[in-house]
Design a protein around this ligand. Sequence first.
Ligand code: ARG
Ligand code: ZN
Ligand code: CA
Length: 422
Amino acid sequence: MIKNTLFFIVLIFVSFSHLIAQNNKCSSVKLHEQRMMEDPSLFSQIQKSEIVTQKWILDHPKTNKSGQIITIPVVVHVVYNTIVENISDAQIFSQIEILNQDFRLKNTNSLPTNHPYYQFTADTEIEFCLAIKDPFGNSTSGITRTKTNEVSFSDADDKVKYGIKGGKDNWDPTKYLNLWVCNLKGDLLGYATFPSELTNYKSSDGVVIRHQTFGNIGTAGSEGFTVNSIGRTATHEIGHWLNLNHIWGDANCGDDLVDDTKPSKTENYDCPTFPFNPNSCSGTGDNGEMFMNYMDYVNDDCMSMFTAGQGLRMRAALNGDRKSLLTSNGCGKAFLNEVIDANSFTIYPNPSKGSFEINTQLKNLETINIEIVNLLGEKLVKFSTIQSFPYQVNLNDLPNGGYFVKMTDGSISLTQKIFISK
Ligand code: ARG
Ligand code: ZN
Ligand code: CA
């Protein structure tokens, strides 16, 4: 235990010491560091969060896919000054589709099987849906449109995130991924907040992307942003929003806290030719940088992968600081999930004489099937397509003993133990 604690303290020191001494970097990281310096409580928040993250990762080997797709409800806030900046619904749909391809390893430029880094490519099992319910439970297109007098926005003052400053307030960030689309100052493509900031900086949680690099149609690629025209700025920024660091760890051969991304000396631009060694931390003689990673700085069409370790780190965030997204009704339903604690379904009484009630506070659940399984894993009874709770179960014929109640909503299942004693 002491050894473990020590390990974490060392790890945390290593993880954050590099962040403090850097200069040239993406504004997501810059803002994160700034807040960390100014706000000691955030610093301890980040440390706590990293311990939980590392523990979750240790408990979940990356070799097996979970089979459980996490879908994140998204709201897109278009904040426009000119009509051109008021991008089309179609451009927004194109961005959601790109995210679903990139995060599920369905991108057309994913590495071929004979590529040395193919083995590291991963389906993160994370998907995105445009919200169909707003925070009040009303129907929505998942898109808000706000006219502004601001000609362009900056990451320094975050105005785009506040109605009173010419922007648009975020929707409850514990239930939605907020994506703002607007014109940005300078050549900044986009920026994001990190999961550990959610508690202390709730109103600024989310991702901002300039409209010229959002999606792959309409204004995407316009005004000189041709090399960022296929929607991967959002892929990169949402990586940060789900706790990923740049692959070079924002330091000379720094640590991104992911074990299957290669250490890299610094960021890469344009599109290097593989194998690319000049920035390598291990010198020549190997395959060099993993520059095609979404968390590097290469051109959109040059990036093509998250690793399994990055997928796991993002899923850890979705089981940690961003856990409440898993019970969001933003896309019309709550999902049964491994991370929903046992209390999300109550069984009463337990032990029982064979008749008991299953209940849940979760609203808008997808249709659920319930199976009663004995301790040998044999299915004994099945109740299909249950749509409302509380649900009364009578198993008076079953002998005394322990059983499992297995609840499934198609892809995901949740199991609880019951005892029958007459
Ligand atoms: N925050 C980074 C920037 O503004 C985003 C880099 C995304 N890279 C990309 N090829 N889309 O520079
Ligand atoms: Zn970045
Ligand atoms: Ca690494």
